[in-house]
Design a protein around this ligand. Sequence first.
Ligand code: ADP
Length: 450
Amino acid sequence: MFKKLLIANRGEICCRVIKTARKMGIPTVAVYSDADANALHVQMADEAVHIGGPAAKDSYLKAQTIIDVCNEVGADAVHPGYGFLSENAKFADLCEANNITFVGPPTSAIEAMGSKSAAKSIMEKAGVPLVPGYHGEDQSEAIIKKAADDMGYPVLLKAAAGGGGKGMRQVWSENEFAGALAAAKREAISSFGDDTMLVEKYLTQPRHVEIQVFCDKHGNGVYLFERDCSVQRRHQKVIEEAPAPGLSDDIRKAMGEAALKAAKAINYVGAGTVEFLYDVDGSFYFMEMNTRLQVEHPVTEMITGQDLVQWQLDVAAGEPLPLSQEQLKVNGHAFEARVYAEDPDNDFLPVTGQLTYLQAPLENRHVRVDTGVRRGDEVSVYYDPMIAKLIVWDEDRNKALNRLTTALADYHINGMTTNLPFLYNLASTDAFRNVELDTGFIDKHQDKIF
Ligand code: ADP
């Protein structure tokens, strides 16, 4: 096992990784920016090193600085968390060149999935079902528009380099096409420096169902079932759950096997997520693969009883997967709600300030709170304004949903506006209880949620 683990991240995910490392007896090193000098992740780690200014580009994104810190403190492994450098192939390469284990997939797999277009070409060859569309290299407007016209509207334009719902535009008719393409390209250039576009048939009422896969360095791979992340706002997840309600065992297995096929096609190692759109008729289509631990991994941990960070560290150290597919079982139901400092009544604008009062619900076997802040901390303008992830578990969906609403009501935050009332209202709707799920859920039920 590793001598020392550096976590190249901050906030809740850094704290989450430290907990498992501690359990496994691995000493930890945190890094921090000026804005995070007193942060929880700094306090929790065995050692902490200052790496620069508050803007991410001056600290958490400085690949070479992080490598230098590893060399100084003798860290032989880096966990990148999610976001920041987690899907940066150059950083993974740099780790390797310095004999530091990157806790993640091989560089080649990160690169293969780094472009949504290239990823779709690979999956097409591997026989994984795709959303109908065009993801070719010829980027002339006429070609992309012809693909859209041929498919029929509505279509969805997506930036190949996209993430976080950016660079995406729905197009409802032919005469909107030119304007939407120009707008999507502008957003893609400013967010990713790359305006390569693809176009897909826009499914009007799909569910977002994603499969957690895990592969080791010995050619073994398993899927740890699925998560339903259909409840979204502007293509960003709000509440996730596992397993996906109403999915038949046959479809669950077919999706799991398709996801493993996807992972094997790129010689995947470690934790990965294969995202699918799932249609009412039971068909499903590959969207993209995320080559990291996901924000919503805890719901999978709750229903499988496994520690995915421990799996990541074991696999990175060369251990075989701890369980076979047959040994993995779904137990009960879990939800995760993302608690944000944001104002639902003001277009969800991020809110900053001090958490003058913070009382999370009590943790027990039904309730888990993953957070990187405590009472008195600041939520600053520099980072994602997520305050915590509230995760609940019970033996079935109805009971778990009761746990969720109770825990949301027991979450008390003063000092700033949060999305807690919005989450509570959403989780309390009959439609959510009755599994009327699709990615348009929030729009459809806004009169009851806001
Ligand atoms: P990003 O990487 O920016 O998050 P994704 O490709 O993962 O983008 O898509 C994000 C969300 O957008 C999906 O979860 C889904 O809600 C919606 N979406 C993506 N593709 C389609 C499509 N072809 N039809 C309908 N909705 C889609």
